[in-house]
Design a protein around this ligand. Sequence first.
Ligand SMILES: Cc1ncc(C[n+]2csc(CCOP(=O)(O)OP(=O)(O)O)c2C)c(N)n1
Ligand SMILES: CC(=O)[C@@H](O)[C@H](O)COP(=O)(O)O
Ligand SMILES: [Mg+2]
Length: 653
Amino acid sequence: MSVEEGRASLLSAIRGPQDLKRLSAEELVLLSAEIRDFLVAKVSRTGGHLGPNLGVVELTLAMHRVFDSPRDRFLFDTGHQSYVHKIVTGRQAGFDQLRQRGGLSGYPSRAESEHDLIENSHASTALSYADGIAKAYALRRENRSVVAVVGDGALTGGMCWEALNNIATARNPLVIVVNDNQRSYAPTIGGLADHLSSLRLNPGYEKVLDLVKESLGSTPLVGKPLYEVLHAVKKGIKDAVAPQAMFEDLGIKYVGPVDGHDIAAVESALRRAKNFRGPVIVHAVTRKGYGYRPAEEDDADRLHGPSSAFDVETGKLLAAPSVKWTHVFADELVAIADERPDIVGITAAMSEPTGIATLARKHPDRVYDVGIAEQHAATSAAGLAMGGLHPVVAVYATFLNRAFDQVLLDVAMHKLPVTFVLDRAGVTGPDGPSHYGIWDMSVFGVVPGMRIAAPRDSATLREELREAIAVDDGPTIVRFPTGSVAADLPAVRRVGPVDVLTEGRQKDVLLVAIGAFGHLGIEVATRLGEQGYGVTVVDPRWVRPVPAELVTLAAAHRLVVTVEDGVRTGGVGDALAKALRDADVRVPLKDLGVPNEWHPHGNRAQILADLGLTAQDVAREVTGWVSRLDEAASSTESLGAEAAAPAPQTKGR
Ligand SMILES: Cc1ncc(C[n+]2csc(CCOP(=O)(O)OP(=O)(O)O)c2C)c(N)n1
Ligand SMILES: CC(=O)[C@@H](O)[C@H](O)COP(=O)(O)O
Ligand SMILES: [Mg+2]
């Protein structure tokens, strides 16, 4: 059988993990190569997390050969590295629709498979889940293994250490596979990364220990003294060769480092871990993008997550480059930082994706990468502000959710000048519900003293970023969506902070188009204008607290409609409705936005269409509402006319 034929037959014969257990060492090597070919072939057409998954092929195969999923539970921290797990658990066919509406999720999905558990794509959660599950199995006396795969990047997240603290004292059997590929997107930062490299660079003290045991001969333990000698030797060796094996000092056994691409070595380590009756870390050293040269040579992020189809030969995206919201932000931030030495940037392990890297290239001493640690990012920003600087914290909108308390009490309560720039705000899409950035205008809108800006295009992004950074008595947020920036949309006039984008001859509808929905608003006004209705479209620019000028504008119209790329519950529409009530302005308000639900993966445009957030759908809705107002008005008029006219003569009563 040729290698190619050999390859073609192996993967196609894998229907489930049981099929892995009968493979020989040679077949496993062939299968690993075939899986890499499969990953590159499929992800090059759909986009997705290629680098992380190329790095866990052998690791995942070894896990499924040593343990028995789904009886034994597999937890993937962040979940972006679960493609191989999906391939060997019966989902190869789904990869043609990876991350597409109705297709395979890019993360574990309980709806897809009994083998999947954690669906949240936010990092650093797996060990907490694992601690809980292990406690449940202990209490229920269920003899099942819990295996958590956590990346070196995810380990920089605080929750991991909260979990390890508990795992150590709970002492339940629990296998923690540290997938140490030395990178998040960029090389993983911090003391932990240094510690892992110190462990990588030292021969595992287990190996040295084995050498000592061999040199002592296979003398059976003849009693306490010899055991104590051996144990003292082991302690000394550990201190000598793994100077800071902090995991063991925490009370968690450490196995490794092991070559994460050597299936036999990983299996051996996992079997030891499986048989160890307590918490154990298996430190697997892997390479992100392993086996695919364009990924291995990608200095930016080892092809961490190409957002769409790419050329297999080069790894380069096929889509023509466009100006992204992120680029506009990054350029303006550098311009501002050039003018103001007090401006510093913070990223949570996403320097390139958020544009902070652009600032770092110009002012390397004024950028801090805190690791995947958004809570720390917020409160260390508070510290930087207390120290006289104005930090700009750039994160994806969804990731700031976990730092609500820090934003509320460490930043806002102290009235500190920190600007949070939320990229990927609103409906995102391919990464599924836990990546939607739809909560910020509601959640952070309630923070006293917080001011939130939602630019509609490049010009307003630059302008509102400057306005935000100029605020020195409290926090600000500037939020914008994923993808290409909208074409500039000039205002016809400005009322306070509010831009009027167009106005009709009569004031039938005030359409409040928030953020990137400015163009949608203009199109809706055009459609309604064709039906004879006058629509004033405004962009508030600063959306929380809602500008008082919106109340005044509303009072002059028959109907107010708000459209926002965020949840309706507690959103801008809700806040404006409250403002109208408080001002006793009795104009009906209809708020359009994202329902407060879990929305599926797909692409942004499709999802917005599914939610009725298109110009055509909004125009149809508004037409219905305003024509009902007409009907009500005309029936009131006719009722009025009837009331004025003599009552029609009726035959005696
Ligand atoms: C709370 C949170 N912040 C940021 C991210 C974005 N993110 C996704 S994967 C990743 C890097 C993860 O690095 P690591 O855990 O080492 O996994 P690897 O990709 O190296 O396999 C980051 C920062 C996230 N998913 N969750
Ligand atoms: C899991 C992960 O890496 C996410 O943060 C996400 O995939 C980023 O996607 P985009 O940068 O393409 O929005
Ligand atoms: Mg990593």
